[in-house]
Structure formats: C-alpha cells, structure tokens
Design a protein around this ligand. Structure first.
Ligand code: SOE
Length: 400
C-alpha cells in the first residue's frame, strides 16, 4: 500500500558551504528514514554568487535558486528559512523571516552578540504566539551517544553531578599558512574557536546536565595573527604556500580558549576549545562525573559512550564502552542493523527530524532561541573574562 502523502514543508536555505551541505543532506533524507508529519521539500537555495549557487543547487538537490536571501523570504511558496550563513547575518535574516511568518532554523551560535540574540529571541517569542517557530542548530545534541548521555543523567545513573569536563579540539589552524577566511574575521564570525566549536561544548554541557553555567574565568589566545588572503579554501580551512607576493591579513579572533565554570546545580566545569591542537581532528569530548558514576564521550569515537557505574560490585568496576548502535538507543532504530554505526551527518538529519516533528505538532522545537541566547551569554562572559585577565564573570540567565 503506498505511504500516505504528508503535507509539504517547503524549505528555503541561505548559504551553501559546509553547513549548507550538511543541512541539505538532512532535508533530503530525514523523511526517507523517519516517519515525519510533514515532508520537507528543497524549494530554493540562496547565495550571492549566481553560478556557485546554481552549482550548489544542482549538486545538493534544490529546485530553484535566488541570489539574495530577501527573495527567499518574499516567496510565498516557502514555509521555513534555514540560515547557514556566517554569524553576522543571522539576526537580520531570522528577524525578517519570522516577521514574514516563516519558521526558522538558524545555525549556531545564534548571533554575534547578546544584543542581537536578545532581539532575535524577542521576535521569536512573538512569532511563537502565532504558531511560527524558531530553533537554533546545536546539532551535537542529536548525536545518539550524547542523547543517551542525557537520558542516563536524567535517569539518575550518575547521582549528584560534580564535574563537567569539556574539550573541543581541532587542528585545521595549526598550519600558519592556512588561508584567512570569514571564520577568522571577528566582524563576520563574532569569535574564533570560542563561538565556532566552544559553543557546541557549552550547549552540550548544559543540555546533558540540565543545568546552566553561572560564572566563568577564561583565557584566550591567537597563535597566528596574520594569514595569507585569497588562498585555496578547502573544507574549513585549507593549506597555503606563502612567498614575498602573498598578501597577508589580520586574524581578529581567538585560535584557542580555556575556561573554568560553575553550574547552578553545584558542579564545577573545565572547558577547552582550540583549532590548533595538532592531530586532533574533531575531538568534541564531554565527560561528566557524579557521586554514583561517570560518563565520557569523544566524537572521534562517536558511536560509543563510556560508562563507569560506581554501584557495580567492587573488584569488577571499570569504564565500559556502550556501543550506541542498538534499536533502544536514541534515533538509532530508524537506521542500520546493530553495530553498523552512524556519522557526522546524522546529527543534522536528527535535527531535521525533531524540528519537523515539533512543527507538525505545532509545538516549540528545541533548542529554542531562548536556550541559544543562554549559550550566547556564556560566550560573551568568556570573552569578557579573557579580556579582563581572567576576571571571574557571572552570567545572569534571567536578564532579558
Ligand atoms: C557547525 O555546527 C560547526 O560548529 C562548524 O561551524 C564547525 O566549524 C565544525 O567543525 C563543527 O560544526
């Protein structure tokens, strides 16, 4: 019997680079593996360079193109705007889209400042009253092992949480000739390792513990302050050769950040985010220690979650690796047989699954802009603390 045709969710996406490709893959595949209340349609993709956006549309399966995101918002055949552009454009696009009655999915971090994030959150709250919803793309929440970590903590497996240890380690800026891109330009990206990858650690730590960070003390460093402009740009960065004719430009963001933190339920935390940890490719690690047990995750081994159960019999206690590929595990049952593993792209697919399910039920998807504003406040506090010689900087999540 043919599957019943679901109403369409017509998507317009702004941006088509790394995140655009990851999101396109998710929009194309989510309804093929999960039973969704709406069927995503890849209606239009926007980018400033006409031939590049046409190429992207063809490659990634979009039905039409625009060279200005405003045109996406004006179209009445689009229900949702997906924002995959640099951070300096998020506020303007998201606010215009919500005001035009379009749902929004916005890549992280939500914005480049708390002020922008606050404005976006206020507009999103008003839109939600009219059944128009906004969500921020903290996709790592949807990695099955991290989702499992959260549900085990919620079930009390760790007892009282004492420590949160979060690292996000990459190495694509170890090469000092790697070209200057928007990710190293503060006016476009807001910050460097902090907002690009540290933001994921902050969101994941608050998500799995269900607690908020209330204060931080931070150090930030930029190891390479000048980089070649106009080099070949591959993936996140690329490699470059430099000679006397190479033009150099300033790096205006951090290469690395470390900070200590307090959470409102009592735990203390240490965080490290760097794009200069040679050999570490995408080591998004999170360890939580409680009075009854510990859990540890490393994205470089993303299909596993390590669990130490302090309640096990003395003599046989030890970390064991849970292979997160069983049908009982979050999201996994819709994919492959046990043991066959998932990849980076699945977090984005699960993000679409959860978003479309919430929209179908006319409920607020998570993380909402309010939650993402909470992360933005932590990013701002870390930046402020580092600027003030690691001065302890508090975060008031009640502020609007
Ligand atoms: C997107 O979610 C993102 O944070 C990228 O911006 C980072 O560069 C990537 O390495 C992890 O994912």
């Amino acid at each position: 019997m043919p599957r019943q045709q679901k109403p369409a969710l017509r998507v317009g996406m702004a941006g088509y680079a790394f995140m655009g490709a990851a999101h396109s893959h998710a929009w194309r595949n989510a309804h093929r593996f999960f039973d969704l209340p709406l069927t995503p349609e890849l209606t239009a993709i926007a980018g400033r360079n006409q031939s590049a956006v046409e190429h992207a549309a063809e490659k990634m399966g979009w039905a039409s193109t625009e060279t200005d995101w405003r045109a996406l918002i004006e179209r009445d055949d689009i229900d949702l705007i997906d924002i995959c552009t640099p951070g300096n454009t998020h506020a303007e696009i998201a606010i215009a889209a919500l005001k035009a009655g379009k749902h929004v999915l916005c890549e992280k971090p939500l914005a480049n400042s708390v002020a922008e994030a606050q404005e976006m959150t206020a507009v999103a709250a008003e839109a939600a009253n009219n059944g128009v919803f906004a969500m921020c793309g903290y996709s790592y929440r949807r990695t099955p092992a991290l989702a499992l970590m959260k549900s085990m903590i919620d079930d009390g497996k760790l007892g009282t949480i004492r420590h949160v240890r979060a690292q996000y380690l990459q190495d694509w800026l170890s090469d000092e000739n790697a070209p200057l891109t928007w990710r190293m330009d503060k006016s476009k990206s807001g910050s460097g390792a902090l907002g690009d990858i540290g933001a994921h650690s902050i969101d994941a730590a608050q998500f799995v513990t269900g607690q908020h960070i209330t204060g931080v003390s931070a150090l930030m460093e930029t190891f390479t302050t000048q980089r070649p402009t106009g080099g070949d740009f591959v993936g996140l960065g690329g490699t470059g050769t430099v000679d006397e004719n190479t033009e150099m430009g300033p790096v205006t963001v951090d290469d690395a950040v470390i900070f200590s933190a307090r959470f409102d339920g009592g735990p203390i935390g240490v965080f490290e985010a760097t794009r200069a940890a040679l050999g570490r490719k995408n080591a998004m690690r999170l360890e939580v220690n409680g009075s009854a047990g510990s859990l540890a995750f490393d994205f470089e081994d993303m299909n596993f979650l390590q669990f130490y159960d302090g309640r096990d019999e003395a003599g046989v206690r030890g970390f064991h690796r849970i292979m997160v590929t069983e049908p009982e595990h979050p999201y996994v049952g819709n994919w492959w047989p046990t043991g066959h593993g998932l990849g980076y792209e699945h977090g984005f697919t699960h993000q679409v699954v959860d978003l479309v399910t919430a929209l179908g039920n006319k409920t607020q998807p998570t993380p909402s802009f309010t939650e993402a504003l909470g992360v933005q406040r932590v990013l701002a506090a870390v930046d402020e603390s580092a600027t003030n010689n690691s001065h302890w900087t508090t975060i008031n999540q009640e502020d609007t």
